[in-house]
Design a protein around this ligand. Structure first.
Ligand SMILES: [Zn+2]
Length: 246
């Protein structure tokens, strides 16, 4: 494991303060998952960004479903990595002092054990009826795309041009304003409003830490930058902040 170090302030606040963690695509990428959102990769020669819209689903639901079925399959085959496991351990240790806000839709945080979680962009594992609005968790890859009411079900993810799930951003922003430390891991911080959360925390007095091998849009506006992959930085941070470590 590469050597990663954190400031005394970060360690201190993790030990005794309220902790908000914001995660994004990079954390999933370390489990081998492409996320597509805002990225340049193609799927069957098409820009996934064009498939991830309500208009695309209305026009061609079969193709959009094929894209999402493939993403559900890949997510099901992937495993939580060391970064996911470190965040589950952190929640276990901190309880109500901890909240995870994620832009990821693949369910790997949940599979690692996190329960105190706000999913800003929804989940691949929730299906919602476009007619009656009924929404369920559905882990079955061959689940019917028809609702009991006869309407068409869609993936419960947030598509381009759609609002975030009701109350999700408000809950995240409130936690950011109360946090003593905000950790941002594996996100390019260009997708708003998630990208604004560290700023809300910082203005309210939180210590902000960015964990990312690459510089991002917020790199100049955080208190501390850790230029490392989340899979090595998060376990190191959890270890350094656990009681008895020095
Ligand atoms: Zn329905």
């Amino acid at each position: 494991m590469e050597r990663v170090s954190f400031s005394g302030t970060a360690i201190e606040r993790l030990r005794s303060g309220r902790v908000l963690v914001l995660t994004g695509a990079g954390v999933s990428a370390e489990s081998g998952l492409a996320t597509f959102r805002g990225e340049g990769g193609l799927w069957e020669g098409r820009d996934p960004v064009e498939l991830a819209t309500p208009e695309a689903f209305r026009r061609d639901p079969k193709t959009v479903w094929r894209f999402y079925t493939e993403r559900r399959e890949k997510a099901a085959q992937a495993s939580p990595n060391a970064g996911h496991r470190a965040l589950a351990a952190l929640e276990e240790a901190l309880g109500e002092r901890f909240l995870l806000v994620t832009q990821n839709v693949d369910g790997l945080h949940e599979r690692a054990g996190n329960r105190r979680i706000v999913r800003l962009h929804g989940s691949l594992w929730r299906l919602r009826c476009t007619r009656c609005g009924d929404e369920d968790e559905d882990l079955d890859l061959t689940a019917s795309h028809r609702c009991r009411c006869g309407g068409r079900r869609r993936p419960g993810v947030v598509w381009f041009g759609e609002p975030l799930p009701e109350g999700a951003y408000e809950q995240a922003a409130e936690a950011a304003a109360r946090a003593d430390i905000v950790l941002v891991a594996g996100t390019s911080s260009i997708v708003y409003p998630a990208a604004g959360l560290p700023e809300i925390g910082r203005e309210a007095g939180a210590w902000t830490v960015e964990i990312n091998p690459e510089r991002t849009a917020i790199s100049d506006r955080v208190d501390e930058r850790v230029p490392a992959a989340s899979g090595s930085a998060l376990p190191a941070l959890v270890e350094a902040s656990s009681p008895g470590a020095d």
